[in-house]
Design a protein around this ligand. Structure first.
Ligand code: ZN
Length: 461
């Protein structure tokens, strides 16, 4: 997947301010941003890559109390590689669309809130237009084409970073959005829409400096936005009303949403682009134990249940990030170790994440914390383990028991980067209370997802 060229030098974020229609970041360039919307509590996390925060604003809170945003927490999330993190704590579950622009003269990177500012979104869009991102060569982003990616997503590709805001109108089954400062390519690639296609019609219109896109779905289909892993692309998820969750117990094929759809879309893609169009990275999530094998247990709490809940949350987050997800188990069932490995091998996974809960022989113990394992001599596995482990420690504040190597079957026998996370000790009463709470499980899942995302973006080309 193409990515924005990143500047080799580190950026310096000196200040974050609330302005009339959003936020102004005083920074000496355009950061590459990874965004994630999470719930419980509702918040938006922006990770600015290769960005150092001025010490005086590290660990500060900017009160906002408008646009549905309570506050912004600002921190140096990680030193090496440097990642600055802005967490927008939301007061309601309003949709947040951020439009970005960079003013090189003033050294201001603006994040404007589209849609929440005014009922008329053109205000934000016009503001953006007069202030196009200047890190790219002059001129507009070329909207180069649309294609299905084989996983139930329609992907719009442009020559440069683009912003957009869209909405789905269920009355006429149409999703519309506008891409500012852009132009339709002379030779626009577009998919062939067969009679069974979930999309009935795609229209693009050049309106001044903007491209208006309108996508009408077939009846029974909706479009939802997905997280943007790549600022040059907009991926729209096609959702069948009444779609079933992924089930990949057999592991023969990555079955996404609705297996019929996935094949059909892949075919459309092949005809229209001549490529396989199937480039989505798959993460296999392995909830340890299951069925009669309950794993670690204390006081009626079973490891098998905790790790299943965590794995489901992790899967949802990774899907939102745009990854394909395959679970080794999605319910309380007995599953040997070797079939878990085979599932990952069969789908040619890019990463394998096994989730466990720890315990000691003692009935109650003060020992607590997280251990992340990779197979001996697995250098990519070790990198993945380190990235995930850092995120968990930073995200949960749990005791750091380190990244370790061990010959666990599932990480030893899988051929892709593989880790096993011991998420905490149920023999520690405090940690056990956390491990069974959905909020803490969510924290762990988010942290693992961010580590996996960092790894797959940086090391799996
Ligand atoms: Zn276990």
């Amino acid at each position: 997947m193409a990515q924005l060229p990143t500047t080799a030098k580190k950026l310096k974020l000196r200040n974050v301010q609330s302005i009339a229609d959003g936020f102004a970041l005083r920074i000496d360039g355009v950061p590459q941003i990874m965004a994630l919307r999470v719930s419980n509590p509702d918040r938006v996390i922006l990770d600015l890559q290769a960005t150092e925060i001025a010490p005086e604003i590290h660990n500060t809170i900017l009160a906002v109390n408008r646009f549905g945003i309570k506050q912004v927490r600002i921190a140096q999330f990680q030193k090496s590689p440097a990642i600055a993190r802005l967490v927008f704590d939301l007061s309601s579950d309003v949709p947040i669309n951020l439009l970005s622009s960079f003013d090189s003269g003033q050294g201001l990177f603006r994040l404007r809130l589209a849609g929440t500012v005014s009922a008329n979104p053109s205000i934000a869009l016009q503001a953006l237009q007069t202030n196009p991102p200047t890190n790219f060569a002059s001129g507009k982003a070329i909207v180069e084409g649309l294609s299905f990616n084989g996983y139930g997503q329609l992907v719009i590709k442009a020559s440069r970073s683009i912003s957009y805001q869209g909405s789905f109108d269920s009355r006429n089954n149409t999703y519309t959005f506008r891409i500012p400062n852009s132009q339709i390519a002379a030779q626009l690639r577009r998919p062939l829409l067969g009679s069974n296609s979930p999309i009935e019609q795609i229209r693009l219109n050049q309106v001044g400096d903007m491209v208006d896109v309108s996508i009408k779905t077939s009846s029974g289909w909706q479009i939802t936005e997905t997280g943007r892993a790549n600022p040059q692309e907009i991926a729209l998820q096609l959702v069948s009303l009444g779609a079933t969750a992924i089930s990949a117990k057999t592991g023969s094929q990555p079955r996404i949403n609705n297996s019929g759809l996935s094949n059909q879309i892949a075919q459309i893609d092949n005809r229209s682009t001549g490529q396989s169009g199937n480039s989505k990275q798959i993460v296999v999530i392995d909830a340890g134990h299951g069925g009669p094998d309950v794993g670690a247990t204390r006081g009626g709490i079973y490891e098998k249940d905790i790790v299943l809940a965590m794995s489901q949350q992790l899967g949802q987050i990774l899907q939102q990030m745009g990854y394909g997800v395959v679970y080794t188990r999605t319910k309380d069932e007995d599953l040997d170790l070797e079939p878990r490995v085979q599932i990952a091998e069969n789908v040619n996974a890019s990463a394998f994440i096994s989730i466990h809960v720890n315990s000691l022989d003692a009935n109650v113990s003060m020992v607590s914390g997280v251990e992340t394992y990779h197979a001996p001599n697995a250098s990519l596995g070790k990198t993945l383990a380190e990235l995930v482990h850092q995120q968990i420690i930073a995200g949960t504040g749990a005791n750091d028991r380190g990244v370790r190597s061990a010959r666990f079957h599932v990480i030893l026998k899988t051929s892709m980067p593989a880790i096993l996370v011991e998420t905490g000790f149920i023999t520690n009463p405090n940690e056990a209370a956390k491990l069974v709470s959905a909020a803490y499980q969510r924290k762990i899942a988010e942290a693992i997802a961010m580590g996996v995302n960092q790894f797959l973006k940086s090391y799996q080309r």
